[in-house]
Write a protein that binds this ligand. Structure first.
Ligand SMILES: [Fe+2]
Ligand SMILES: [Fe+2]
Length: 440
């Protein structure tokens, strides 16, 4: 197993570093440690170059994390980190003199002026190549965190705008759409810039305000269809706003009462359209979407449509987005399906309930394993799909648990397209007591 070879190599490297600092060159311990290192490198490189990678204080062989309790692992990781080495690639041509130079370089006290990777090269070492730890990596992570915080703030702003709109919905009230329109446009711009980040926002749920979160997620999914179809920007804003307000009719009911809840279900399309009709200069599409989003192309939805009635395209898109969010939502308001199953279910429902063409566009944009899918990979590590890939079966995955089953302290992103890992199964977040939105 390559894991074993990696562990043996790390043990030998750490032993040799210790021997070099404790004993003079003629001492038998010195010689023995050097030979052990040469032997371990020979084993490890039997099938070609062998890379040890350092990432956030942990050592990896390719993308597999080495068990933290392996002998010498911590000190080796610390030493590489101190010398700002991100990876060491050993080649079959590794010689004794390469080993000696490597150990001498690692024995030097790390300092900002010491570039260990360059020093190895200068001293003619070719059997092992060090790659410098780019300072950019840490900055990149800080940037990602900052973007995430900004995206969450955008979500909160949209929630605030929607709360305000719904609070203005009274028997005669006429909500002000100004702020909501602005935030919808901001989200739309962000979706065009980084669709994965916005799809991550759609995984946010809150039991206390499930309607609000449902409206926002539905909007994000509807816009995903609109963007996939190439709808122009004005149309997308109208689609987004319509999706955001699709269930606004429910606000007119006190749904703590079961009978009222049933009435809300049946009547919210009509009431929603009436509420929106009261707004001066309201977008006609929003009224239609509120009215039509539970109609079905094959009949049987509500309100019941005439047999050859064709709903507005935005209504048919929102119906798909609304359904998908319901399918993946846990608890009394949803079906708790994993995202991959929800995708299959949507395809099934294209027979009579959902628009076939728009559903296919949605499925194409989401991939077979949509953002938010918790997946177990072929090396038994577990992660959350963080972005769709070119190949629908090979998305980007943010690892949460290493192959050893232990939680990773820092998120590690893997593009399955460029790795030998594949998705083995989809896991129910509840089975691992995980909330996927914590990792997106
Ligand atoms: Fe609805
Ligand atoms: Fe809905």
């Amino acid at each position: 197993m390559s894991d074993q070879r990696a562990i043996a190599l790390v043990t030998a490297l750490s032993g040799a570093r210790k021997a070099f600092s404790l004993y003079p060159p003629q001492h038998p311990e010195h010689r023995g440690a050097l030979e052990a290192l040469l032997g371990a490198v020979l084993e490890a490189t039997a099938e070609g170059p062998f890379a040890l990678n350092l990432h956030l204080g942990r050592l990896y062989q390719e993308s597999r994390v080495l068990p933290a309790d392996s002998p010498g692992l911590k000190s080796t990781a610390r030493s590489l980190e101190g010398h700002r080495i991100e990876s060491l690639t050993f080649h079959p041509s590794f010689t004794e003199s390469d080993a000696i130079v490597l150990l001498e370089v690692l024995a030097r006290r790390p300092s900002p002026d010491l570039d260990a990777a360059a020093l190895l090269e200068e001293r003619g070492v070719v059997g092992v190549v060090a790659r410098r730890l780019e300072e950019g990596a840490a900055e990149e992570m800080a940037e990602r965190e900052e973007r995430r915080a900004r995206d969450r703030a955008l979500h909160r702003r949209l929630a605030g705008a929607l709360r305000q709109v719904t609070s203005q919905v009274g028997p005669s009230g006429s909500p002000d759409m100004g702020e909501a329109t602005i935030v919808v446009e901001d989200i739309l711009n962000r979706l065009m810039e980084d669709n994965a980040a916005v799809l991550g926002l759609a995984t946010l749920h809150d039991d206390g305000e499930s309607d609000l979160f449902h409206a926002i997620s539905t909007m994000i999914y509807a816009l995903t269809i609109g963007l996939g179809l190439g709808i122009p920007p004005e149309g997308l804003t109208s689609l987004g706003l319509s999706a955001l307000l699709h269930d606004i009719g429910k606000m007119a009911f006190d749904r703590s009462d079961p009978a009222e809840r049933e009435r809300a279900r049946a009547l919210h399309p009509r009431i929603g359209a009436e509420i929106l009709a009261r707004i001066p200069n309201v977008d006609q599409a929003a009224m239609l979407v509120a009215h039509e989003h539970h109609m079905r192309p094959g009949g049987g939805g509500w309100p019941e449509a005439e047999p050859d009635y064709v709903a507005h395209p935005y209504s048919r898109m929102v119906a798909i987005a609304d359904r998908y969010d319901r399918l993946i939502t846990d608890g009394p308001n949803g079906f708790g399906l994993t995202p991959d199953r929800a995708i299959v279910q949507l395809l099934r429902e294209t027979n009579d309930a959902l628009d076939r063409t728009f559903t296919r566009v949605f499925v194409r944009e989401m991939g077979a394993f949509p953002v938010g899918c918790l997946v177990r990979l072929s090396d038994l590590s577990v992660g959350v799909v963080s972005a769709p890939g070119e190949d629908p079966l090979q998305p980007h995955v943010r690892l949460v648990y290493g192959a050893d089953g232990l939680t990773l302290e820092e998120h590690r992103d893997t593009d399955l397209a460029g790795s030998d890992l594949s998705i083995m199964e989809v896991v129910q977040p509840a089975d691992l007591a995980e909330r996927v939105s914590d990792h997106l």
